[in-house]
Write a protein that binds this ligand. Structure first.
Ligand code: UD1
Ligand code: CA
Length: 459
């Protein structure tokens, strides 16, 4: 037998519907708006990730007709997401109803989110859901923008209870003076939402079915409506590329703060740019002007010197890179490896304590432990058609300005003389020198000078 207290203790099941059917014309882009990236990941993926972290049991994404690219991104981020198409763009309530089938499956909480509002934190979704658990029928998210023009206004009664949301274009002069605005996303009682959404009409200035009208409809049905407050930064909606940059700045601010609170030293945090998935270990120091692309993991005690650019790279512990290092995808640096200035590393393993300190390209290669790669060494990994690998063993020494023409292997403890173009394998413990032999003619310069001076004087 189930008692009421058992029921309240059971976890509430939640469906999140993400609206992504907007056209995004103001982005002036061939890419759909919600696929534009902040911190290296699409806005849609940010929202789906936040929804997952907020504990949604099911996700429905509403896309515009023919938007296979948006659907694919949704599936790539949230594989279980149901994809629904809104055939015609008739308003936010109409968009939610495109996922009618998912709502009808029966959930306690229904969260409606906008894919172009990527900064809302899982904690805020949890606050909205908490109000539903307390008995609210509809929970709106409010904020106070500097300029309320264009936003829906939150209308409250004398007691401060939310009674309706009025879109800017439908508002009276008195209603337009209200500074408290609707952020757009909301939470609805999952058991009653369908009935309310179906009662919303389009008798308004824009002839659209407004999701915010769910407040008035629920009130008319005797349900209480609640309000959660958020900051204007958190609920920023992105409509053009200027707002995209504002969203990027806010997400970078959060990522820098998280990095520092997580134990990394950022000397000039405002000059460091992270990807959403950057992982930094303990006691990492990041000097000014460093850019992290997607897929970077940095182990404990590493130092990233100024002006370095990293993407898809893994650094073990106590590694030092830069200043001016470029680590491309597949760069793997073992403990205490050192990569210096103007060095590019791609698809390569750099062994423990190995040094690649100056002006070098290492691609499709492995460098053994403690080996020293001299200044200006290049792995020639590409012949214009195919790529080939270079292997350098442990404790080897590659002289400056050498070219290692792949495929090629340099054995453990081998030496390569500087300026060599190495096309054949070098056995362990040997010396390879592959350059023209030096010739010296004693006294030649003196004779040359005398002859030339005489010629000039005869002119
Ligand atoms: C909406 C709110 C407004 C709020 C504002 C905050 C409505 C009617 N108004 O207005 O109260 O202050 O957000 O930014 O909801 N979408 C669809 N299909 C549609 C229409 C919209 O998928 O038919 C999606 C859009 O892609 C977008 C979101 O819903 O992600 C919001 O739509 P938008 O037209 O931008 O609403 P606003 O006019 O900004
Ligand atoms: Ca909008």
């Amino acid at each position: 037998m189930t008692t009421p207290s058992d029921r309240s203790a059971a976890p509430r099941r939640c469906l999140a519907i993400v609206l992504a059917a907007g056209e995004g014309k103001r982005m002036r882009s061939t890419l759909p708006k919600v696929l534009h990236k902040v911190a290296g990941r699409s806005m849609l993926a940010h929202v789906l990730d936040a929804v997952g972290r907020a504990g949604a049991d099911a996700v429905a994404v509403v896309v515009g007709p023919g938007r296979e690219d948006v659907a694919a991104e949704a599936r790539a981020t949230a594989s279980e997401a149901g994809i629904f198409t809104q055939a015609e763009r008739l308003g936010t309530a109409h968009a939610v109803l495109a996922a009618r089938e998912a709502i009808a499956a029966g959930y306690d909480d229904l969260l409606v989110l906008f894919a172009d509002t990527p900064l809302v934190r899982p904690e805020t979704f949890a606050q909205l859901r908490a109000k539903l658990a307390e008995g609210a029928g509809v929970v709106a998210l409010g904020f106070e923008p500097e300029d309320p023009a264009g936003y829906g206004r939150l209308l409250t009664d004398e007691a401060g209870a939310l009674v309706a949301i009025r879109e800017h274009k439908d508002a009276s002069a008195a209603e337009l003076t209200v500074r408290s605005c609707n952020a757009g996303l909301m939470a609805l009682d999952g058991r009653r939402a369908l009935g309310w959404l179906e009662r919303i009409d389009n008798a308004n200035a824009q002839k659209e079915y407004y999701l915010p009208d769910a407040v008035a409809v629920a009130r008319a049905d005797g349900a209480a409506c609640a309000l959660v407050e958020a900051s204007a930064q958190e609920v920023l909606g992105v409509n053009d590329r200027a707002q995209l940059a504002v969203a990027e700045a806010e997400i970078q601010r959060r990522l820098r703060l998280a990095a520092m609170l997580g134990g990394a030293t950022l000397i000039a945090p405002e000059t460091v740019f992270f990807s959403h998935d950057t992982v930094l270990g303990a006691d990492v120091t990041v000097e000014p002007h460093v850019v992290f692309g997607p897929g970077v993991k940095v182990g404990d005690g590493c130092v990233i010197h100024a002006f370095s650019h990293l993407e898809g790279a893994t650094l073990a512990k106590n590694v030092s890179i830069g200043p001016y290092a470029r680590l491309r995808p597949g760069a793997k640096l073992a403990d205490k490896a050192r990569v210096g200035n103007f060095v590019e590393i791609k698809q390569a393993d750099i062994g423990e304590g190995a040094k690649v300190n100056h002006l070098t390209y290492i691609g499709d290669a492995s460098i053994g432990a403690r080996s020293n790669i001299g200044a200006g060494v290049i792995t020639c990994n590409y012949d214009g058609f195919l790529k080939y690998r270079t292997h350098v063993g442990a404790d080897a020494f590659i002289g400056s300005n050498s070219a290692l023409v792949a495929p090629v292997e340099i054995g453990d403890r081998a030496f390569v003389g500087s300026g060599s173009v190495v096309t054949e394998n070098v056995a362990p413990d040997s010396l390879a020198v592959a350059r023209g032999r030096q010739a010296v003619i004693p006294g030649w310069a003196e004779g040359f000078r005398r002859k030339m001076a005489a010629l000039k004087a005869a002119k």
